[in-house]
Design a protein around this ligand. Structure first.
Ligand code: ADP
Ligand code: MG
Length: 724
């Protein structure tokens, strides 16, 4: 019988890309075609309701039942004119993917049937969602969970060959009001940030009434041929390879990065980009990444809630479209040991309703004081809550990247670039003059900040949180993550920090300080207090780990321990003051994250055992048998050769170790599964079960190097990485 690998290799060699037709040569012709955007709202709604909807989008004002009915009718009319038959509330439960449950517009009525979509169905739904992770908030007997419309993210139509569905972005909450998803806490954090940031803006510019966080998400991913993927149970079930010797050629020649895009991949990229563009996702950039078969795409940044919805939608599209091209997209943080993993850089800034980016240095000294206020408060916020930010990017898959000398370390630090670093040092050591000289470059002792920062191009790629000219880039987020998790935290800590800042400044003003003196005094104090978190050197080096330890920065390498930060007193105060999580919610979430962690390890351990027992060991034994026949035959004809005997011995040694460790791991799992406490269980899975992976893999990979290639059952790294 031919092995799955042999068949897969043949199929992978003969791929023909499907034809990709762009809707138009001009992207602007079809950008947003499947979105119920403002222009379509205006066409389908009365002027009065349109304006109410816009103010709900911008100011979060509530929409009454009559207006909701009109909006629902308009949405239905638009969606049906585009061919949609069904609608769904589209939400982001804590599984990490998106969820949808479709209902048709169609309803039997009297002697016929009509298509209906009421305002109540738009505003709220009660999906039977008792099987989503809820951390004990919802027992199945009181299984009610509600989805509620988020007007700030526009409805869109998902197309598939079989039909079209109107999707309405929603939050997902329990009957008792607790958030069960990623979106609800994010929206709360954004509201807190908006208020706190506007209050601080008032020191500088009274015309500012709204501050939005904006986000541009760079998405890294791997592509692998579908048949090869299907012949690897580990990829199929866990998203990463649990076995596999490194290919002789990997990324060492650095010939893939920014190289010309292979034709088959290019065709896939254009295809999913077209789908994304129709859904209003403003994709702008595509390129090869560092590792072979690794790629990246990035959109133009957007308001953060929309940017995250779009990223979630994009990941979904990328997976769907990949199938049309007989590819599988790997969004896992570390699909292949030994070569770079994938991240999701989160580029974040704050933008006012007057169009000002608060993290962009200004032309005038006054604008620079405003910039410095937001800039230094960001640094201070991150320095106060570094552990929580670390926790927010923790996952079983991201553990492979953080601290593995290829991605930002598990130590949170901030890179500013030499110019701004100098500026902060200068302020720290300056004496604040009480005599203000307007329009002086050294007004108030603020050093001159060049508008275009040189460091904009001179990036430090080893920093988890880097300032890049007019935004911060959180580089430690994993490629498969929902960015809401870290962005909820980042915006919440910023909100809390800005509130504290204002309190301190106001106190000084009350005591008689001039406003600018008061601002600068507090900024200077924060610069001093947050100094330890600033680091300009190589974040991948051992020296940095040592220095960070001396500085008192945490370096928590694994998820179950990193997650403790969610339950600290400091975090409790933050969640309480910003209102993003109740005690019950955060405990539930903590529980869900731990469960997710150990369950994924449990699956990996099972797959490892199964693949070793049913594919690797039999292949090695078959090869051994062939060698034994060879040894016997040689003896018969009187040749005394040791080659085959040596190989038989080597194979036996590795087999022995693989088998005994698989068995020991199974025993360990049985013990671990009995642990009741979720945190302890997660730690045990990490420290007692996962530790077997390395030794099992090492010896299985040795076998791969010895056993006859034609009987090896699993597609090899060179095939997974270079066949496309
Ligand atoms: P790289 O980090 O790879 O050099 P770019 O400079 O192209 O990437 O930017 C990466 C992302 O940052 C893009 O999605 C871009 O739209 C986004 N970005 C640019 N300016 C801002 C900003 N002010 N706020 C948030 N994101 C931004
Ligand atoms: Mg980047």
């Amino acid at each position: 019988m031919k092995s799955l690998r042999t068949i897969a290799l043949k199929e992978a060699q003969n791929r023909i890309s499907p034809e990709v037709k762009s809707p138009s040569a001009k992207i602007s012709d079809f950008f947003g075609a499947n979105v119920f955007d403002k222009r379509k709202m205006r066409d389908f709604l009365s002027k009065d309701v349109y304006e109410k909807l816009i103010s709900s989008i911008n100011q979060g004002e509530l929409i009454n039942t009559d207006d909701a009915n009109q909006i629902a009718t308009a949405m239905k009319a638009w969606a049906m004119s585009a061919g949609a038959t069904h609608y769904t509330h589209w939400f982001q439960p804590l599984t990490g993917t998106t969820a949808e449950k479709h209902d048709s517009f169609f309803e039997p009525s009297g002697d016929g049937a009509i298509e209906k979509f009421a305002g109540s169905a738009l505003v709220q739904q009660e999906p039977d969602a008792s099987s989503f992770p809820n951390g004990g908030i919802r027992n199945t007997f009181e299984a009610r969970g509600y989805t509620a419309w988020d007007p700030s993210s526009p409805a869109f139509i998902m197309e598939s060959k079989a039909g079209k569905t109107l999707c309405i972005p929603t939050v997902f909450v329990s009957y008792t009001g607790e958030a069960l998803d990623y979106k609800a806490p994010l929206l709360k954090a954004l509201a807190a940030l908006d208020k706190a940031a506007v209050d601080v803006c008032q020191y500088f510019d009274k015309s500012i009434t709204k501050v939005n966080a904006s986000l541009g998400i760079e998405q890294e991913y791997f592509l692998v041929d579908e048949s090869l993927f299907n012949a690897r149970p580990d990829l199929l079930l866990t998203g990463r390879t649990l076995f596999g010797h490194m290919s002789a050629k990997g990324q060492q020649l650095e010939d893939h990065y920014f190289g010309s895009i292979p034709e088959r991949v290019f065709s896939y990229m254009v295809d999913f980009e077209n789908e994304a563009l129709k859904l209003g996702i403003p994709l702008k950039t595509r390129h090869n990444e560092v590792a072979p078969s690794q790629f990246e795409c990035a959109p133009i940044y957007e308001e953060i809630n929309l940017a995250i919805d779009h990223n979630q939608l994009l990941m979904d599209l990328m997976e769907k479209v990949a199938r049309r091209h007989h590819f599988r997209v790997l969004l896992h943080e570390k699909p292949y040991a030994g070569i770079n993993g994938s991240g999701k850089h989160n580029n974040w800034s704050l933008i006012t309703d007057t169009g000002k980016n608060l993290l962009a240095p200004g032309k005038t000294p006054k604008n620079n004081l405003m910039f410095l206020a937001f800039f230094v408060n960001t640094i201070k916020a991150v320095s106060e809550h570094a552990d929580l930010l670390r926790a927010s990017i923790a996952s079983v898959s991201n553990d492979h990247r953080l601290g593995a000398n290829e991605a930002p370390p598990a130590i949170i630090s901030i890179f500013l670039g030499s110019q701004l670093n100098d500026v902060l040092d200068e302020i720290e050591h300056s004496r604040i003059s009480k005599k203000i000289k307007e329009d002086n470059a050294l007004w108030l002792g603020i050093p001159k900040i060049p508008q275009i920062l040189l460091d904009n191009t001179d990036r430090n790629r080893t920093s988890p949180f880097a300032f890049t000219g007019n935004k911060f880039e959180l580089r430690a987020v994993g490629s498969s993550a929902n960015s809401s998790a870290p962005m909820t935290i980042l915006n919440a800590i910023m909100a809390e920090q800005l509130v504290k800042f204002k309190t301190e400044v106001d106190k000084l003003i009350k005591k008689g300080d001039k406003k600018d003196i008061a601002l600068l005094t507090v900024i200077k104090k924060y610069i001093k207090e947050s100094k330890a978190i600033r680091f300009e050197g190589n974040g991948y080096s051992q020296e940095w780990e040592d220095e960070a330890l001396a500085r008192g920065l945490s370096n928590i390498k694994t998820t179950p321990k990193a997650l403790d930060a969610y339950l600290s007193d400091k975090s409790a105060e933050l969640f309480n003051s910003t209102g993003i999580y109740s005690k019950r919610e955060i405990h539930a979430r903590h529980e869900i994250m731990l469960e997710n962690f150990y369950k994924k390890l449990q699956i990996e351990a099972r797959v490892m055992g199964e693949v070793a027992n049913t594919a690797i060991i039999p292949a090695a034994i078959a090869y051994q048998n062939a060698l034994i026949t060879n040894v016997k035959g040689l003896k018969e004809i009187g040749i005394d050769s040791k080659v085959s005997i040596d190989i038989v011995k080597k194979v036996s040694e590795h087999l022995e170790i693989v088998k005994s460790n698989i068995d020991a791991m199974l025993e360990e799992r049985k013990l671990t599964n009995k642990i009741e406490d979720t945190r302890e269980k997660a730690i045990a899975y990490d420290e007692k079960v996962k530790t077997y992976f390395e030794v099992i893999r090492y010896h299985a990979d040795k076998l791969e190097q010895i056993v006859d290639d034609s009987v090896w059952p699993l597609p090899k790294f060179r095939e997974l990485l270079f066949m496309k």
